[in-house]
Design a protein around this ligand. Structure first.
Ligand code: FA5
Length: 338
């Protein structure tokens, strides 16, 4: 019987088959178990020898079963590992991922350019008061320039800021020159929209204040920004313009050739030397807050530009309204991939 059993064990090719062999010989009613059970029927003098014999068979079978089981388990594991193996050299499945909005990309570029030049990047409130948005910027209530920036009025004389220039005033009231800042954020104008005008858009404001700051510093800075945005060969044009909070004031445009070989002057924003009346208004606010008057006699320049115009040119977007319509066909082109 032992020989037959050992053959059966060796022939079992799966764990299930081995389990059957185990039940057949050493299970509760297996052949060996039954042999042991029938010992009682033997005459006492034979019992001991027969018992030892059967126990030896049982021990041999147990050992063989344990060994075979280990072999079969290892084989099963190897088979499973082989079937589940991952080929890390296969190209992965690409999943759609979110992407940065084109305006965010342009802002990131701008902030990087200016922080490299030593500017601090700041942000301020979108809900403003009349004083910071207009009055302190040398735009009294009767001034016709107020009509140039049609305003969304809120309750209590508050308004949605029409430009980021009130940040000039806010920052100077709280800080001591010399200073260099850029202020980013949303601005709002109550005007009809078209391909180049939105009622909500963005601006980046720059302000530099110190002693002996000159128009040439402003021009150099704007040229540096243009080169950072559009490459080393970008050219900048300044044209006289009027802003109540600058004297003199100018508009600046960049000559830029896009990847499709089109080139044109792109009006980017306004700029100028900070008007003395703005410094005076800041000192008045400082005095009212119990601070020293320190801005009279200082010099500085400021500029303000719209990142939408830059993004339109850079990414070939023909209509400003595409930026905020959330059309997947437009936004989807700026997706990344994971
Ligand atoms: C101003 O808002 C001034 N605060 C800029 C300034 C700052 C001048 C500091 C001098 C010193 P303006 O209204 O021109 O200026 O707007 C500046 C830029 O914002 C424009 O050149 C344009 O790029 C963008 N912009 C203006 N109106 C809109 C609009 N409706 N939609 C999209 N972009 C606009």
């Amino acid at each position: 019987m032992q020989e037959q059993a050992l053959q059966d064990i060796a022939a079992a090719s799966t764990l299930e088959a081995l389990q059957q062999v185990k039940t057949k010989y050493v299970g509760k009613s297996g052949l060996v178990t039954r042999e042991l059970g029938s010992l009682g029927k033997l005459p006492p003098e034979e019992r001991k020898a027969r018992g030892a014999e059967i126990n030896a068979v049982r021990a041999a079978l147990d050992a063989a079963l344990t060994e075979r089981e280990a072999v079969l388990r290892r084989a099963a594991l190897d088979a499973r590992l082989a079937s589940e193996a991952i080929d890390v050299t296969l190209p992965g499945l690409s999943l759609p991922a979110g992407g940065l909005h084109p305006i965010t990309r342009v802002y990131d570029d701008l902030i990087e350019i200016f922080t490299k030049l030593g500017y601090d990047a700041v942000e301020g409130p979108e809900v403003e008061d009349e004083h910071h948005n207009f009055e302190a910027l040398n735009v009294p209530w009767y001034h016709p320039a107020r009509d140039l920036q049609d305003t969304f009025w809120l309750q209590d004389g508050r308004l949605l800021r029409t430009h980021t220039s009130p940040m000039q005033v806010r920052y100077m009231v709280d800080h001591t020159p010399p200073l260099k800042i850029v202020a980013r954020g949303k601005v709002y104008r109550y005007e009809a929209t078209d391909a180049t005008h939105e009622a909500m858009f963005h601006q980046l404001e720059g302000l530099v204040v110190g002693d002996g700051i000159r128009m040439s510093d402003l021009k150099g800075t704007v040229a540096e920004m243009a080169r950072g945005l559009f490459g080393g060969s970008a050219r900048v044009r300044f044209q006289p313009s009027y802003y109540p909070f600058t004297e003199p004031g100018a508009d600046f445009a960049v000559w830029w050739e896009n990847p499709r070989g089109e080139s044109k002057w792109l009006e980017l924003g306004g700029c100028g030397m900070v008007h003395p009346n703005v410094f005076k208004a800041v000192d008045d606010l400082r005095e009212a807050a119990g601070k020293e008057r320190i801005y009279e006699g200082k010099t500085g320049f400021a500029f303000g530009l719209g990142p939408e115009r830059i993004a339109m040119l850079k990414y070939g977007i023909p209509d400003i309204r595409y930026f905020y319509a959330n059309d997947p066909k437009v936004i989807g082109q700026f997706r990344g991939e994971l």
